[in-house]
Ligand binder design. Structure first.
Ligand SMILES: [Cu+2]
Length: 106
């Protein structure tokens, strides 16, 4: 997904939550000595007019402790919290794609 800042001031994505999982974290992916490692990112700054892309293989959202299996085609709400804009609810649709191998490293 892509998060765009349409405001005239910079903002930051500072949290993410969903009732579908015990917790949700923002992770960044990078290569280190031939290994793909992920690190937890607490704050994601977004410039005015800028956007941030969250997707497997790059910066992504990881759901930890799913409360139920995610069925392909189903949607569920996710709340993004921004430093200035506050809480914004979005709906996320489950795609049929398997998690990337990078996700097994947790
Ligand atoms: Cu991750």
């Amino acid at each position: 997904m892509s998060v765009r800042n349409n405001g005239s001031e910079g903002d930051s994505l500072i949290g993410i939550a969903t009732a579908a999982a015990e917790s949700a974290e923002i992770h960044a992916t990078k290569e280190e000595g031939g290994l793909t490692v992920m690190r937890h990112v607490g704050t994601v700054p977004i410039e005015p007019g800028g956007s941030v892309r969250l997707a497997p293989g790059g910066m992504h959202v990881m759901l930890v402790g799913l409360k139920a299996p995610l069925a392909t085609g189903k949607s569920f709400p996710v709340v993004l919290t921004f430093a200035k804009a506050g809480a914004v609810e979005i709906w996320v649709e489950v795609s049929g794609r398997e998690p990337t191998p990078a996700h097994t490293g947790h």
